[in-house]
Design a protein around this ligand. Structure first.
Ligand SMILES: NC(=O)C1=CN([C@@H]2O[C@H](COP(=O)(O)OP(=O)(O)OC[C@H]3O[C@@H](n4cnc5c(N)ncnc54)[C@H](OP(=O)(O)O)[C@@H]3O)[C@@H](O)[C@H]2O)C=CC1
Ligand SMILES: CC(C)(CO)C(=O)C(=O)O
Length: 328
């Protein structure tokens, strides 16, 4: 398979190295010192006791890579608009395009069946750009559980070597992608990708439960996600926000309570600085809109009170605005 990872940072580099190790023809789009290091020394993945180097083609400009079987758009949601302008040379009518962002994704309303109308979020405006480049039948929705960090240019550390899961699914009924084949390729590369019973949006909501709670608490307190496990008072807040998230998801047609074991969620909170905190500390634009404000907006249109989320949202939005990292 010819695969290009567009925006090979923490998550994208992890996937790129694993796919390359599994024998796929992988290229990456990166920039700055990270790009220079990949070109000079290869892309390094450290996972537990293991360390691998993948010699992947790397560039800041995708136009030389040609069309692909798979494009993984692994930038933050905040980088999607710019990246959309660069994607065309990679795309053929049969290219599968996978979006593994955290939070409510831009494609949420595309192909949504008879579920309640979502709120009108600015991020849904990205549909105009992407759907001029590809059809919904090419798009693979995704939700990723895999904790990664670029620890130095060219080197990515995986903080959850025991659990790396990329759940994927079509966003629309007329999907033209061999999703089962793609899942097998991911599994063979060492990334779990279980078959899903329901709509990929269900999985997106289940992941969002973790980020709207654990990532915001970690950001507000400058701690790893595990602080919501080791500090009893924060654990209480974490549980309240997850409960609120479950109500929001159910009100929007995704009742996932029976799939969520809150004690297991608490027990598995990773020793990892969540990407939201990584961005804050590095002074990069933050996914406050997608991870924090979006679930609030979904709650509002459904008439659901979210007192715990609202407190955290006010604090982390203030933090992000004060550093100019969120302007919504
Ligand atoms: N990190 C994690 O552990 C997890 C992250 N996620 C989600 O995955 C998504 C990706 O996150 P993550 O991997 O952490 O993000 P990163 O910021 O680490 O990676 C994105 C990469 O894309 C690069 N990039 C952005 N725009 C361009 C451009 N125009 N040209 C070339 N390169 C570009 C960035 O470069 P630069 O650094 O120069 O901006 C960066 O290297 C997010 O939605 C995140 O929430 C989900 C689960 C876990
Ligand atoms: C908490 C975690 C690692 C789960 O994948 C995550 O989503 C993030 O760092 O943004």
């Amino acid at each position: 398979m010819r695969a290009c990872v567009v925006g090979a940072g923490a998550v994208g580099s992890h996937i790129a190295v694993r796919l390359a190790r599994a024998g796929h023809d992988v290229s990456v789009i990166a920039r700055g010192a990270h790009l220079e290091a990949i070109r000079a020394r290869g892309l390094v993945l450290q996972a537990g006791e293991e360390s691998w180097i993948a010699e992947v083609a790397a560039d800041a400009d995708p136009s030389g890579f040609g069309t692909q079987d798979l494009v993984i758009v692994a930038v933050k949601s905040t980088g999607l608009a710019t990246m959309a302008d660069m994607l065309a040379p990679l795309l053929a009518p049969g290219t599968a395009v996978l979006f593994p962002q955290n939070g409510i994704p831009w494609w949420y309303p595309v192909g949504l069946d008879d579920k309640p109308e979502p709120p009108a979020l600015d991020l849904f405006g990205l549909g105009g750009k992407f759907l001029s480049l590809m059809t919904p039948s090419q798009i693979i929705g995704a939700s990723i559980y895999s904790a990664n960090e670029v620890v130095e240019p060219g080197v990515v550390k995986n903080n959850t070597p025991q659990r790396n899961q990329l759940s994927i699914g079509p966003i629309a009924p007329d999907c033209a992608v061999d999703v089962a084949g793609l899942r097998s390729a991911l599994e063979e590369a060492g990334i779990a990708s279980p078959a899903l019973d329901g709509d990929i949006r269900e999985t997106v909501w289940m992941k969002l439960l973790l980020n709207m709670s654990g990532s915001t608490i970690a950001l507000a307190t400058s701690n790893k996600s595990s602080i919501s496990r080791t500090d009893p008072e924060l654990e209480t807040i974490y549980r309240r926000i997850v409960a609120e998230g479950l109500q929001i998801a159910a009100a929007h047609g995704f009742p996932v309570n029976h799939l969520v074991d809150i004690d297991r969620l608490v027990a598995s909170l990773p020793d990892h600085r969540p990407s939201l905190l990584q961005d804050y500390e590095a002074g990069r634009p933050m996914e406050i809109g997608e991870i924090v404000r979006a679930p609030q907006a979904f709650a509002q249109v459904a008439g659901i009170d979210t007192p715990a989320l609202d407190v955290l949202a006010a604090i982390v939005t203030r933090l992000a605005r004060d550093r100019g990292l969120y302007s919504g």
